[in-house]
Design a protein around this ligand. Sequence first.
Ligand code: BGC
Length: 353
Amino acid sequence: MNKIISQEFARTSQGETVHQFILRNENGMQVEIINFGAIITSIFVPDKDGNFEDVVLGFKNPEDYFNSNQYTYGAVVGRYANRISNARFAIGSKEYHVTKNEGNNHIHGGKEGFANKIWRAEILEKPECDSLALYYHSVDGEEGFPGNLSVTVIYTLRDDNALEIEYFAEADQSTVINLTQHSYFNLSGKHSAEITDHELQIHADYYLPIDGNSIPRGKICSVKDTPFDFNIMKEIGRDINHDHEQLVFGNGYDHCWVLKESESQIAGNLYHRKSGRNMEIFTTEPGIQLYTGNFLDGKYESKTGGCNTFRTGLCLETQHFPDSPNQDHFPSTILNAGELYKSKTIFRFSARS
Ligand code: BGC
């Protein structure tokens, strides 16, 4: 029976108390989550010899989670994860202008987004395994988005070492939505080591090329014979410094792949040979953004000592495609009043020699 424990984490500068929730399963795997930004602050998983280490980046000083929103460390990102070009879009004949927080564009829900908000937390007690539910109510007009939106995120740690993340939302008028989890993984457990030695598989034949501002401009390109082909497991570092224009634009990988449809909903697999740690990703989402930590600048102290610099963590953000509100041929991100938004992603950990 996996019970969730809660404890005080820190206080914001406004004096609000943020709590931390500890999810532990029967194998000793442990996930720590705070009700600020629905942030995952730690994931402890064993390596091939049974040594537990933390495989997500985070800050040493709890207060840094409240002050450094440019990295969105471990947070649930919304109302719209990734970018909206020119920070505008239309629903029907009505045009909306959302916060410009990356040049002329919008990224990750705006200045604060959902990642910098206090969420209401509730432990859902179930006979075999508790879940943590986090709720956030985003008001009509917040960051420029239309409609009141009620969001629920449910984290469940299962005994097969899978962390399940379920997202639900409802709005009272038509809006756009794209939620994701923004953890930076480093399966080595050594947070100042580069992630280029990790091997990755992404089940995708196509990806979305970007322009110089990291916005996909509508093209859907084949990965064949490019550094973007991860159909067969390959080391991330193998092609990352290739002079391919797309890698220059992203300063490394910072792109969305179009996932192949499969019954199992497997999206990919991340493996770190030295530690033997493996992470499979399953999702109901049509895309996955691989971001190889190309803009991590070591400004904040890491919880394992040292600083998180260039490429010391990578994000695998399951989501709808960036800029969908402006690209009619991408799967729609519109949520109409009365509809239920539902999305699910699973990160399942294992270890092998
Ligand atoms: C984006 C990066 C950005 C990072 C931190 C990622 O999802 O694709 O370009 O630097 O988030 O906000």
